[in-house]
Design a protein around this ligand. Structure first.
Ligand code: UDP
Length: 330
């Protein structure tokens, strides 16, 4: 008789923006899913719909602390996705020490759990490891231009250290490791007060508040819709690419913030005023992924255009802002 081992996936940061979509997609593929989240920047409402599912369990825990018994007692976990970390600049800068420890201590704890279970481990790293890049677009072998003493360092350097530990575990044969470098991602389940550009612009536009452009708006980013990102993460996890190299995941279409503003205006028909605010310290001037590795090794590329994705995101925020009337501050 062939024994089919059930896939049990642990998703750290599973109640967050990308994590909640990943949990849903894994359940749809028949995985058992353990969602671990400290609810620091995530919301349990993101996974409320999943909580009735018999294969889903939610555990509130912070990966900086020793992992809960309900997790460490297990020996049947087959996949560990680490998405746990505040990712928006104002949020990860609010408690920089905790941000750094989440990436370093938290990743180490999850890698040990992977080792104990013989599970495959995927770290979500970030395009922030490239800093304010001189190379454009950014390939995985570009080593970055990062300020290790600035206000973004808690996130950038934390993720760089997390990559280093993950690849060391792999080199030592302690865990089977994958590392994705995620570029800017957006879509439903982002928090209205997240502070990132898409949620800010859309929520400001929908509620008639002033739209905040930082700097002159000429800086660029490349925005990936969340379903494309989740597809990329799952492909990477299930691929046999274990060459000790990270893989960029992101949408290579690049927009200036002024162009994003125009798309949001067109989508919402807003009459909001536009105001200028200072450019944050160390804000990268431009960012665009080279996704050749993901295309070739994972047969992956994004399918959803920014205009299409924005339409869905605007509908989500409209419901979010006007059906519950919470007191958001964006
Ligand atoms: N930004 C902006 N207005 C906002 C929020 C952000 O102009 O209300 C700019 C920000 O300075 C940056 C870009 O949008 O150049 C993307 O910022 P975000 O915080 O979304 O992501 P990250 O800087 O981490 O890529």
């Amino acid at each position: 008789m062939i024994s089919m081992k059930k896939n049990v996936s642990l998703v750290a940061g599973g109640a967050g923006f990308i994590g909640s979509h990943l949990c849903r997609a894994l359940l749809e593929q028949g995985h058992d899913v353990i969602c671990l989240d400290n609810l620091q920047t995530a919301r349990e409402v993101n996974v409320e719909m999943l909580e009735g599912h018999r294969a889903f369990s939610f555990i509130r825990a912070d990966i900086v602390d020793p992992l809960p018994d309900a997790v460490t007692r297990r020996r049947d976990i087959t996949r560990i996705y680490n998405l746990a970390c505040a990712a928006s600049p104002p949020q990860y800068q609010a408690d920089p020490e905790h941000t750094m420890l989440t990436s370093v201590v938290g990743t180490d704890r999850l890698l040990r759990l992977a080792e104990q279970n013989g599970a495959r481990f995927l770290l979500t790293s970030t395009s922030e490891v490239y800093g304010d890049p001189e190379a454009h677009p950014q390939r995985e072998d570009y080593r970055g231009w990062v300020n290790c003493t600035g206000p973004r360092a808690c996130y950038d350097e934390g993720k760089r250290a997390a990559e280093a530990i993950a690849f060391d575990f792999a080199r030592l044969g302690r865990a089977d490791v994958r590392v994705a470098r995620i570029f800017n991602t957006y879509g439903p389940n982002m928090h209205p007060d997240d502070g990132r550009v898409i949620s800010n612009f859309v929520c400001q536009a929908l509620s008639g508040k002033d739209i905040t452009i930082y700097g002159d708006g000429s800086q660029t980013r490349s925005f990936c819709y969340v379903s494309d990102m989740v597809d990329g993460l799952m492909r990477l996890m299930e691929s046999d690419v274990a060459d000790l190299q990270p893989i960029n995941l992101g949408n290579p279409e690049e927009y200036s913030m002024m162009e994003v503003l125009e798309l949001v205006r067109a989508q919402t028909g807003t009459r909001s005023r536009v105001i200028r605010k200072p450019l944050p310290i160390d804000d990268p001037r431009r960012r665009r992924p080279d996704i050749k590795r993901a295309r070739t090794l994972l047969d992956w590329e994004p399918r959803v255009s920014l205009a299409e994705g924005l339409a869905i995101t605007c509908a989500f925020f409209e419901k979010e802002l006007f059906s519950q009337m919470p007191d958001y501050a964006f």
